[in-house]
Design a protein around this ligand. Sequence first.
Ligand code: C2E
Ligand code: CA
Ligand code: CA
Ligand code: CA
Length: 277
Amino acid sequence: IKERGKNNYQFFSDVMNEDAVQNLQLERELRKALERDEFILHYQPQVNVVTGQITGMEALIRWQHPVRGLLSPIHFIPLAEETGLIVPIGEWVLRKACQDGCRWSKLGRLPMRIAVNLSLIQFQEETLVQNIQSILDETGLEPRFLELEITESIAMHNVEQVVAKLEQLVKLGVQISIDDFGTGFSSLSYLKKFPIHKLKIDRSFITDITSDPDDASIVSAIIAMANSLKLNLIVEGVETEDQQFYLHRLGCFEMQGYLFSRPLPVSLLDQLLEQWV
Ligand code: C2E
Ligand code: CA
Ligand code: CA
Ligand code: CA
């Protein structure tokens, strides 16, 4: 038993070392990925189910890794946040998304908002507002077509600072949306303090919405709250028609999810937009 215990421990520590080595390797590669132009953006349409129009596109980053193939953001965004690399990566995302948005606008595809995920670390950068301003100037995207998705985690930080920063962003003319709404541990009082435009109800409440009365109650409460606070609303993770109809009945009209489209590269989206009525 003693020996086995030891072996197990040995095994465990080898795995940890391997993980640590892999992480270091990944970090080195992540540092080079920007220069090597290895990131790409996929976009997922946001649909108004009443009009059938595409009202927005969420930009979602992927890493075209030379060896490991297409990597999902869950495999490198946490590391990018730990190392601070999320700041230059996030700036690249903003610039690329604004360029693509502008291109769609010239093709007559707008009004369509481009939603970009903003990490808390990026949000806290002092130069964020300036950077967004220059990216908007440089790309020519109308500010009202840019939507920044931030999570409730910002509410856990210095409220005055957060409000000041949000107000500066709103002054630029961009839209602010609270992502993964309902999953944070913060008090809801930030909703009256922060200048925000939209709530995005987290997928975890949608998955079982047609069968779980608790999820349904939570979602209707959020919808009622968004309506009375005059906030726009979108749900994410809609995968089935049952979910769509159910949410529509509850009073939610803007949706995003595999039911409408997976996140796609620009070339495939151009085709989708051609066919979209
Ligand atoms: P998120 O912002 O909550 O994005 C939604 C995620 O749900 C995306 O995963 C999307 O592909 C996935 N999804 C969309 N519809 C459905 C559906 O109907 N069912 C299911 N099961 N999933 C659906 P993805 O692209 O892997 O992104 C994961 C997370 O990585 C994002 O979650 C976001 O937090 C982060 N992320 C992605 N791109 C960026 C970025 O450019 N910057 C930052 N800071 N974070 C990003
Ligand atoms: Ca998001
Ligand atoms: Ca989300
Ligand atoms: Ca989520």
